[in-house]
Design a protein around this ligand. Structure first.
Ligand SMILES: C[S@@+](CC[C@H](N)C(=O)[O-])C[C@H]1O[C@@H](n2cnc3c(N)ncnc32)[C@H](O)[C@@H]1O
Length: 257
């Protein structure tokens, strides 16, 4: 695996958080349990048999991965009236990222934010992208060109990293439909260093969005719109909240501490 040493040192078992031995084609836990490396991507998924929403949606995301970006841009403009690519750039502009930072993006999908993140953390930054869907990660790899994002397959609610591994964590667009969203938020905080940045966001209607067909349609096709914004996780302060994507999504940016 062609990953930098700091990252290999930070990798942990997603279940017990103990260190793993890195072998050629798998990662090995002390009791003999093996986590495979698939197409060069370490697969550190827990639980091994997905349950609930994670199980239900993962196959869909795998299949939908090649079309995801195009469909989001098309339907995004139709519904919100904005160019989703501009919306993504704006979201990353709120994250407080700086050159040299080590960032974990949870649920990158096909990597729609990665160029904007690299623009902020270059030079000397590092980006790790973790997603439950191998199909999405393969698209992420296709899209990244020479960017050098390090890919991991994993569950956002069981992050395979030691405490305080990253300067910043960014998650957008998956939380509402995660099987264990509160647990994921506490994991987001755990893997960021003290004073680092924890940010998360998802679909949700801002008060400025009028009642009407758009709201009715979106809540029908995506139950995530019915979810309230999650409670801010323990261990964070200075939370800033933004309406993004024309008021059809929210973003929260907090400091760990
Ligand atoms: C709607 S897409 C969002 C992609 C991208 N972040 C965006 O905003 O366009 C949701 C992503 O969350 C991932 N996902 C779903 N459940 C997950 C989980 N439990 N842990 C990590 N990623 C998950 C999916 O595989 C998918 O890539």
């Amino acid at each position: 695996m062609d990953y930098p040493k700091w990252m290999l040192d930070a990798i942990r078992c997603p279940e017990t958080k103990e260190p793993l031995q890195i072998k050629e084609d798998h990662l090995l836990r002390a009791d003999g349990l093996e986590y495979p490396i698939i197409d060069g991507i370490p697969s550190l998924v827990f639980p091994p048999e997905l349950v609930g929403q994670d199980k239900k949606l993962n196959r869909f995301y795998d299949l939908f991965a090649p079309l995801y970006d195009l469909s989001e841009r098309f339907f995004g403009r139709l519904i919100t009236g904005i160019d989703i690519r501009e919306g993504r750039k704006e979201i990353v502009s709120h994250l407080g990222l700086r050159s040299g930072m080590t960032v974990l993006e949870v649920s990158p999908g096909p990597g729609v934010f990665q160029q904007h993140i690299w623009d902020k953390i270059t030079p000397n930054g590092e980006l790790v992208a973790l997603d439950l869907s191998l199909g999405m990660l393969r698209q992420c790899r296709k899209k990244q060109g020479r960017l050098g994002t390090h890919l991991i397959q994993g569950n956002g609610a069981y992050l395979p990293f030691m405490d305080g591994s990253f300067d910043a964590l960014f998650h957008f667009g998956g939380l509402n439909l995660f099987n264990e969203p509160e647990k994921a938020l506490s994991e987001f905080v755990r893997v960021v260093r003290d004073g680092g940045i924890v940010s998360w966001g998802d679909e949700g209607f801002a008060p400025s969005v009028p009642e009407g067909w758009k709201k009715r349609l979106l809540t029908r096709v995506n139950p995530g719109f019915l979810k309230p914004i999650p409670t801010v996780p323990d261990g964070t302060t200075d939370v800033a909240e933004y309406e993004v994507y024309g008021g059809f999504a929210y973003l929260e940016v907090a400091i760990k501490g």
